[in-house]
Write a protein that binds this ligand. Structure first.
Ligand code: HEC
Length: 100
């Protein structure tokens, strides 16, 4: 393979990674929009609920897993959490933990 071809392939791969990352952030943001009605726009709560915005990623994931398993007492979150796959929860947690 000519060096120029190798560079071309590397550039193509770098481009793909960038797109995949951007898509993942949009994916998380779109999923997170479903949480905004109760947890506030971008996860900034208005009532006395904890902000999802800026909550550490692992804490969001742990909370959601506990809701799913039914081990964390909740009114609505147990049902809601069951509707999301682990991958979706991770994308949502990525999004909220990155918010200020
Ligand atoms: C219908 C309103 C509603 C929606 C929609 C909603 N939540 Fe909640 N959330 C709550 C309530 C109320 C609580 C407190 C626990 C309970 O009573 O269920 C809570 C608690 C939580 C907690 C625990 C916070 C803490 O510090 O204990 C997390 C994490 C959470 N929600 C994440 C989410 C995510 C992620 C979404 C979107 C997929 C979401 N919620 C959508 C109402 C909602």
């Amino acid at each position: 393979m000519k060096p120029s071809a190798a560079v071309g392939i590397l550039l193509a791969m770098a481009g793909m990674t960038g797109t995949a990352l951007a898509e993942n952030i949009n994916y998380g943001r779109n999923l997170a929009a479903a949480c905004a009605s109760c947890h506030g726009t971008n996860g900034k709560s208005i009532g006395n609920m904890n902000d999802l915005a800026g909550m550490p990623k692992n804490r969001i994931i742990e909370n959601m897993k506990d809701f799913k398993a039914g081990t964390k007492p909740a009114t609505v979150m147990q049902q809601l959490a069951k509707g999301y796959s682990d991958a979706q929860i991770a994308a949502i947690a990525d999004y909220f933990s990155a918010q200020k």
